[in-house]
Design a protein around this ligand. Structure first.
Ligand SMILES: [Zn+2]
Length: 282
């Protein structure tokens, strides 16, 4: 089983996770820029984080044969803090970087006017930079959040095929399926979406434009739930080719639209080989 996790926050995971993921067949991933739990108070906290997403984290991943890519954005939650909004001016220089494959996560947290503004401004950046957009749908008021997100996407003029609405469930899929947008599902250990519920959704709604991720972060989560979903699909009668489509070809097709997926041997290792931290043996 080859697996591309299209949404996983490796910054909050250990090298043991990278090792287990590689053993389970994960050879590529996308790490979206997001909230880190502790609120940021300056733009410098964002740019240091973004630099880690395009530098240090790809190096960590490459040691386990995993191709690491990222998305860059001001996340919806912190769009409400004026000290954070200033980072919007820094985004264009990051959106020009090699392994940045989308603008994200953008979208809504509490659906405030400040979030409206940051969401629309960043969809405009995606259009300008010809990049896909990764849209986080809120965990509260899910249906309303998905509807409003689709409205903003439509208004922006971005090609819906360049947009993923993420964290969907049984309630929100019917809203999104006719929109032309891609549909992302985050599989969690005991809340929200489980492998078995995901299999039922794939049975009912098909495999087209469907993306399955583990979203693993600092909360209770499991980076192997992509593999568990593949196994649940096989147990339910889906073919190996179906699993490959959902867990590999779909994410490659979606993020491939950036023209920046690098699934071959990575040159990140070479870039960091002379790094003094590594020479120090840490
Ligand atoms: Zn996320």
């Amino acid at each position: 089983m080859r697996i591309f996790d299209p949404h996983i926050h490796m910054t909050s995971r250990t090298t043991d996770d990278y090792e287990r993921m590689a053993a389970a067949g994960v050879t590529a991933l996308v790490e979206p820029a997001f909230w880190l739990g502790q609120p940021r108070t300056t733009v410098g906290s964002f740019t240091d984080y973004f630099d880690a997403l395009i530098g240090w984290e790809p190096f960590r991943a490459s040691q386990y044969g995993i191709a690491h890519h990222c998305t860059i954005a001001l996340n919806p939650k912190e769009a409400n803090d004026p000290r954070c909004v200033e980072v919007l001016a820094e985004l264009p220089r990051y959106l020009a970087k090699d392994r940045v494959v989308a603008v994200g996560e953008i979208g809504y947290d509490s659906m405030t006017p400040a979030e409206d503004e940051a969401f629309a401004a960043q969809l405009a950046l995606a259009v300008e930079h010809e990049l896909p957009a990764l849209v986080h749908t809120p965990h509260r008021d899910k249906l309303l959040g998905a509807r409003r997100s689709l409205g903003v996407v439509k208004e922006s003029g971005i090609d819906p095929g360049f947009v993923t609405l993420d964290h969907l469930n049984e309630v929100t899929v019917p809203e999104v399926i006719g929109s032309g947008c891609w549909m992302g599902f985050s599989i969690y250990p005991d809340t929200k979406m489980t492998p078995d519920r995901m299999v039922s959704i794939l049975r009912e709604f098909g495999l087209e434009r469907m993306l399955v991720n583990s979203a693993a972060d600092w909360g209770k989560s499991d980076p192997l739930l992509t593999a568990r979903t593949g196994e649940a699909m096989l147990a339910a009668g889906f073919s190996d080719d179906d699993v490959d489509r959902v867990l590999w070809r779909n994410p490659v097709e979606f993020y491939g639209q950036s023209g920046r997926l690098d699934l071959g041997s990575s040159d990140v290792e070479a870039t960091f080989a002379g790094n003094s931290i590594l020479r120090g043996g840490s």
